[in-house]
Design a protein around this ligand. Structure first.
Ligand code: KG4
Ligand code: ZN
Length: 346
């Protein structure tokens, strides 16, 4: 089944073609083509995503991207077997753009169409790699809007083991970046600066780490950074100090995430861990997880960096799996779900 996938939930317009009949072929595992337009430059001047501008930018680029992906994949309209789009969670207006384009095209081409859960897309992005896990596995989903540990028992069977009680890890990276005068998106900028930082100069708290359970909290850590930067004995404008703070912050986030991942593996007696979402691109997190999982004989899987952040490939893949199961949008109403928890899926 050849599926066109469309992602417009936030600040990336992603379009991809996935063919399940080629799913065991080569490094691309059935991914025929994918294109992405990022809005980072557009939102940078505002220090974060401006929803209305995001919607308008999706409108501006989406049709061109669909045409490009069809050309790059050497696919004709009549070759398509279905269309999938992100129906939520995400920004209402941004989601509506992808949903409208997908449903209109599907109607014109008389194809089945399906709204996909963005988080399920992230979870299953690892399946697009040649070396992918088999079910069941534990997934750490860490993005700008979510920080969750999920027990993926089978396709569509997701048990939330723990989640953040306040800020998402990516959100904390973005807020700390602002405090350090770094540009949006903050994660990569903080990580880059932290590379020059001394990990022993400052030690920040690891919220909830000594409490039982698998929930996270990052808002206290953000406050601790702000208090540290306003201490009278440090110069918050000194480049080395900023790097040391970035390093202490990154260490604290990574430590919290890794400890809870290990606890989740123990709790589920599972030996496979998958890291997905934008923060999974973080190099220190990857290194630390690799070290700790190796110690207990567990395997860790990460999608390539371009599948960690938002993309159309994961939506084409997840959509294809559900379309193959016979799921389809019904009626003509175009609906999106800005809030749509993973546990609601089956
Ligand atoms: O999954 P994603 O692209 O978008 C959603 O939130 O759905 O994740 C974006 C988040 C941002 O908060 C960004 O700062 C963070 O991922 N991020 C990183 C890194 N690269 C992206 N955080 C830490 N280290 C990175 N290298
Ligand atoms: Zn995402």
């Amino acid at each position: 089944m050849l599926v066109l996938g469309i992602e417009t939930s936030c600040d990336e317009t992603g379009v991809a073609l996935y063919d399940s009949d080629q799913s065991d072929q080569g490094v691309n595992q059935g991914l025929i083509a994918q294109v992405l337009h990022t809005q980072v430059a557009l939102h940078q001047q505002f220090g974060g995503v401006v929803p209305e501008l995001a919607s308008r930018d999706h409108v501006r680029y989406i049709q061109g991207l669909v045409q490009t992906v069809m050309q790059e994949g050497d696919v004709e309209w009549q070759d398509l077997d279905g269309i999938a789009y992100t129906a939520g969670p995400g920004l209402f207006g941004a989601l509506l753009v992808g949903a409208t384009v997908a449903r209109t095209m599907a109607w014109m081409l008389k194809l089945p169409c399906l709204g996909v859960n963005h988080l399920e897309g992230h979870l299953l992005a690892c399946m697009l790699e040649q070396e992918h896990p088999t079910f069941p596995f534990v997934a750490l989903l860490v993005s700008g809007g979510h920080t969750q540990l999920i027990f993926v028992k089978a396709f569509g069977q997701y048990e939330c083991l723990g989640q953040t009680v306040d800020d998402a890890a990516g959100e904390a990276f973005d807020k700390v970046a602002k405090m350090l005068g770094l540009s949006y998106p903050g994660g990569p900028a903080v990580a880059k600066l932290a590379m020059q930082g001394d990990p022993t100069r400052f030690v920040l708290p690891r919220p909830m780490i000594n409490r039982p359970g698998l929930d996270f909290s990052f808002s206290g850590l953000k406050t601790a950074v702000s208090q540290l930067l306003s201490r009278s004995d440090i110069d918050p404008h000194d480049q080395q100090t900023k790097a040391d703070v970035a390093r202490a912050f990154e260490e604290a986030v990574v430590d919290s995430l890794v400890k809870k991942c290990m606890r989740a593996l123990q709790h589920t007696r599972c030996d496979k861990l998958v890291l997905v979402g934008g923060v999974a691109a973080n190099q220190r997190l990857r290194e630390d997880i690799a070290l700790k999982t190796e110690k207990i004989g567990a395997s860790v899987y990460y999608p390539r960096l371009s599948y960690c952040t938002d993309n159309g490939a994961m939506i084409a893949y997840a959509g294809c799996q559900r379309l193959l199961r016979g799921e389809r949008d019904q009626g003509f109403a175009i609906e999106v779900r800005p809030r749509w928890p993973l546990e609601a899926l089956s």
